[in-house]
Ligand binder design. Structure first.
Ligand SMILES: N[C@@H](CCC(=O)N[C@@H](CS)C(=O)NCC(=O)O)C(=O)O
Length: 284
């Protein structure tokens, strides 16, 4: 069960904030949900898009900055926005920097002694939160997809490709495309999984796109701004394009390059309507 903390009318629906105790993470967690008005009326279950946010974000950034609820209302789709990490669990160094730890879990299931007790965000999103929202909210479990931004784009790709029977399609803005091949990812995976790089492939989005083999063809939409300050050193979006071209049998891939846009929420807000429409075609 989740406790409703607040509810605000928004377009043709409500933005609700919930809190629940996560058994997987061993702490209380919050998430926000946009629910269209007709969700739950006469037992109506609606499709949903999970949105995974990037570094320094919590459950509020996307829902309040992207403008997505207007488009979700138009298409009758729910938005589910989890927090980006466990909170207040006091693991080693997890509040020391902005690019790792609290607000920066990288959606990984940790195996190191320092982090494995709480940093299980992959299983939290794919299993625990998925189960919670499809049992507690009027959401149709057979019509769910995943979207993400930056490190949350890495999260959307890794969660979506590992759980393709649960998530129908994936779209990402400015994704961190290969965690083992950028400084953010190397720092996070060393902390969360240890130094054995063979274990890191499970969270390498480009590797997963290249090797994905079912249960059905996965549709992926990748969006990238050309003036993104993190593109050259951290995101390497081209690696996803190359990986998809090598696996066209199993992956249907669209790439939208946006001239002049940077990494921030003004960029996400500019194209989120296109993304919600793309998901709606596959969910509604
Ligand atoms: N704190 C970093 C930036 C972190 C950052 O850009 N985070 C992105 C995701 S990777 C974000 O969505 N930030 C929250 C926001 O803009 O609301 C800095 O100041 O350079």
């Amino acid at each position: 069960m989740a406790q409703l903390l607040s509810s605000s009318a928004c377009f043709d629906g409500h933005v609700n904030k919930y809190q629940h105790t996560s058994a997987v993470l061993g702490c209380d967690m919050r998430f926000t949900a946009f629910l269209p008005t007709h969700a739950g009326a006469g037992h109506t279950r609606v499709p949903a898009i999970f949105f995974l946010s990037g570094l320094t974000c919590n459950e509020d950034n996307f829902i309040s900055k992207s403008g997505a609820p207007m488009f979700a209302a138009k298409h009758g789709i729910a938005l589910i926005c989890p927090d980006t990490s466990p909170r207040g669990v006091k693991c080693k160094d997890d509040t020391a920097t902005w690019d790792f730890g609290e607000g920066a879990s990288y959606y990984v299931d940790a195996t190191t002694d320092e982090y494995k007790q709480h940093y299980q965000m992959h299983t939290y999103v794919a299993d625990e939160l998925f189960h919670l929202v499809t049992h507690f909210l009027p959401i149709d479990p057979s019509r769910i997809s995943v979207m993400g931004h930056s490190v949350g784009g890495h999260g959307a790709l890794t969660v979506g490709l590992h759980h393709a029977s649960k998530f129908r399609c994936i779209s990402v803005f400015a994704p961190m495309s290969s965690a083992p091949n950028c400084p953010w990812g190397v720092k996070a995976l060393t902390n969360l999984l240890g130094p054995d790089r063979d274990l890191w492939a499970r969270y390498d989005a480009a590797y997963l796109v290249r090797t994905y083999s079912g249960p059905r063809k996965m549709e992926i939409l990748v969006d990238q701004g050309t003036n993104d300050q993190f593109l050259r050193d951290q995101l390497h979006t081209r690696m996803l394009v190359d990986a998809a071209s090598e696996n066209a049998k199993n992956v249907s891939f669209s790439y939208r390059l946006r001239a002049g846009y940077d990494h921030g929420y003004f960029y996400v807000a500019s194209f989120v309507g296109e993304h919600v429409e793309w998901h709606a075609k596959r969910l509604v």
